[in-house]
Design a protein around this ligand. Sequence first.
Ligand code: PEP
Length: 256
Amino acid sequence: MTAIRPLVAGNWKMNGLTAQLAELQALQDRLAGHPVEADVLICPPATLLAQARWASRGSEIALGGQDCHPLQSGAHTGDISAEILKDAGATAVIVGHSERRTDHGETDAVVRAKAEAAHRAGLIAIICVGETEQERRDGKTLDIVKRQLRGSVPAESSATNTVIAYEPVWAIGSGLTPTPEDVAEVHGFIRAELVQLLGAREAGRLRILYGGSVKPANAKELLSVKDVNGALVGGASLKAGDFDEILSVYRGGKAA
Ligand code: PEP
């Protein structure tokens, strides 16, 4: 398999007044002094995208959205399209985050339509999958992930327009994480499923991120697991210092 360039994405969720842009500036300063061998993406609230684009100009930090509507434009009050995100400076968008699946009842079909919209707009779709605590207890983790992948990943997905984020729902924001062995099992399974869905060539190059309570203290262990090609980070992406410490895993080729 060719080496896969990792991606570390920060999801600020519904956090971020204008003052939060100072963290983006601080992250930019740290990266300028100490570059990393990974792509770095920050997904702020959509209201901050245009200012964030300005604040991060000339840096290696890319910007993304946290969700998009399946359609390009129209009468959908309060929604945002992939095209609008792109126009505001995004190069990627998260779709199917468990908070969207739960809070807004998004089905796999809706998530797939959103990923297709992202692709049409020229954005990378970061498609999230992952089991709940009950599903893991019931031994259904791989079944759930399989169903979500089959239902949410568009047929024309490629390694350049799609990223998969494995995020066990019970690990998000809880401080709990799966063991490295469990992460390896699910990521290996996702890779094998992607071979079935997209063929060996794309599956072998496509990035599979781990997400769920990634912190400076556990980043090295989690990101060194086979088939983990980076992280999707929530809480720890809000502080430049914490996020930069996570990114340090990719300074000087420390991770696998
Ligand atoms: C997330 O919600 O995508 C996430 C990984 O959150 P946290 O890092 O806070 O668990």
